[in-house]
Write a protein that binds this ligand. Structure first.
Ligand SMILES: Cc1ncc(COP(=O)(O)O)c(C=O)c1O
Length: 423
């Protein structure tokens, strides 16, 4: 359930007209509903009531500090994958004891920053990373808390680019080889073994891969115990999918129930790293039609709607062939047309939708690209020197710009023409 609804043919976010926001803020912009963000966080988190758990929101999915601060206030932690995300999470007021650090490529500087900040857990993804962390922490005279991200070789049955739990993927340590690293770590001065972690992929629409993963993790924890290693945390990652089109992902409560049943009796704190399932349908992107045109001469006429948001603003359609529902902000009683909705970028791959049935639109009409709350703004770039759009949050009848639109000046910030080019 979300709070983007039509009232008298006009799209509203909670009690604010989307058209009104566009008038004041300009387009394109990303729009989040606070009520939906809070509701989705609560529904997910409360599914795990009754067991020790921490819901560490995956910052990469939507990293605005206002969004992070909201989840922090609701009791959430953060799953981060870079020093930049750590900086954001701390700025947003998230308790470092609820921050976990994943990712295959942590630099020395990032490890040091994580240790200095007192984060809960480093999810280590390779033997070399373990040695680096041991050295960095040892030099600082402390012990870094460690979990190993194991790769359970489970097929998440999702898009190949967002499937991460197969042996052929770059992530984690093969579960069959991980024991050796735990034994090494147990002897190290600079690390303290605390947990086991995994993340098998994103936009999963089935529960079974999660359950299969958890079974493998439980068997692995038993092997650790047999070898004298006990753990406090079991991190199951993120990955629960959402409905973009006609997918039927499990309800978060169903997912939580299955996980709780499978986990029963294991004396650990469960960590979850949800991103998309919380923010995906809590945000949209709003764009304005610039031109409509029809190209003839091929096998058939092709209709294009050129909008002011492109693959730099929402990359998922170009990158994964992902579907986003697109609908007019103001409903009109007009015929429909099959169109490609494309951006202004100089790439044929720059599209938001292909062969999509849309009520006929005109220059100046606003379109809402739905389900853009996750991996929308965070994956945006400034390709073609296009300043990134504003981010806006609505709460009831109020709205606030939570990130100003970038300017062309900001695009060249830090650039300079060196003396040797001056004639
Ligand atoms: C390590 C890790 N945790 C959590 C997530 C969040 O996944 P999702 O947004 O599908 O819940 C990701 C996404 O790729 C990830 O890489």
């Amino acid at each position: 359930m979300n709070h983007f609804e039509y009232k008298d043919g006009e799209l509203f976010c909670e009690e604010v007209s989307v058209t009104q926001i566009a008038k004041e803020v300009g387009t394109p912009f990303y729009l989040y509903s606070k009520a939906t963000l809070s509701r989705h966080f609560h529904v997910f988190d409360s599914g795990f009531e009754g067991i020790d758990h921490i819901t560490c929101f995956a910052v990469k999915s939507c990293s605005n500090i206002a969004v992070l601060s909201l989840f922090g206030d609701l009791g959430g932690g953060a799953d981060i994958v870079s020093g930049g995300e750590l900086f954001r999470a701390l700025k947003a007021g998230i308790d470092p004891r609820r921050i976990i650090y994943s990712g295959v490529g942590k630099t020395e500087k990032e490890l040091r920053y994580g240790i200095q900040s007192g984060i809960l857990l480093f999810n280590v993804e390779s033997e070399q990373e373990l040695h680096r962390l041991n050295k960095v922490a040892g030099d600082m005279g402390v012990k870094a808390p460690v979990a190993f991200r194991v790769n359970p070789d489970v097929d998440a049955k999702t898009h190949a680019y967002i499937s991460t739990g197969l042996a052929k993927n770059k992530f984690g340590i093969p579960i069959n080889e991980a024991l050796d690293l735990y034994l090494q770590a147990a002897e190290m001065e600079g690390v303290e073994v605390k947990g086991v972690s995994c993340h098998i992929g994103s936009q999963l629409t089935l529960i079974s891969p999660f359950v299969e993963t958890l079974r493998k993790l439980k068997a692995f924890v038993e092997r650790l115990t047999d070898n004298g290693i006990s753990i406090d945390y079991l991190d199951l990652g993120g990955g629960v999918g959402i409905t973009y089109d006609d997918e039927e992902p499990p309800h978060p409560k169903e997912y939580a129930k299955a996980i709780k049943e499978e986990l029963a009796g294991l004396p650990v704190t469960l960590i979850l790293e949800p991103g998309r399932v919380i923010v995906g349908n809590a945000g949209i992107m709003v764009t304005e039609v610039q031109y409509t045109k029809t190209n003839r001469g091929g096998e058939q006429e092709k209709h294009f709607v050129v909008v002011d948001a492109g693959m730099n603003d929402l990359t998922r359609p170009s990158l994964y062939g992902a579907f986003h529902a697109i609908q007019p902000v103001k409903k009109k009683n007009v015929a429909t047309q099959v169109v490609d909705i494309v951006g202004p970028i100089c790439e044929t791959g720059d599209f938001l939708a292909k062969d999509r049935k849309l009520p006929k639109v005109e220059q100046g009409d606003l379109l809402a690209v739905m389900s853009a709350g996750a991996y929308g703004f965070t994956m945006a770039s400034t390709y073609n020197s296009r300043p990134r759009g504003a981010e806006v949050m609505v709460s009831g009848d109020q709205f606030a710009v939570i990130r100003a639109r970038e300017t062309v000046e900001s695009l060249i910030q830090g650039e300079s023409i060196p003396g040797f080019l001056e004639s």
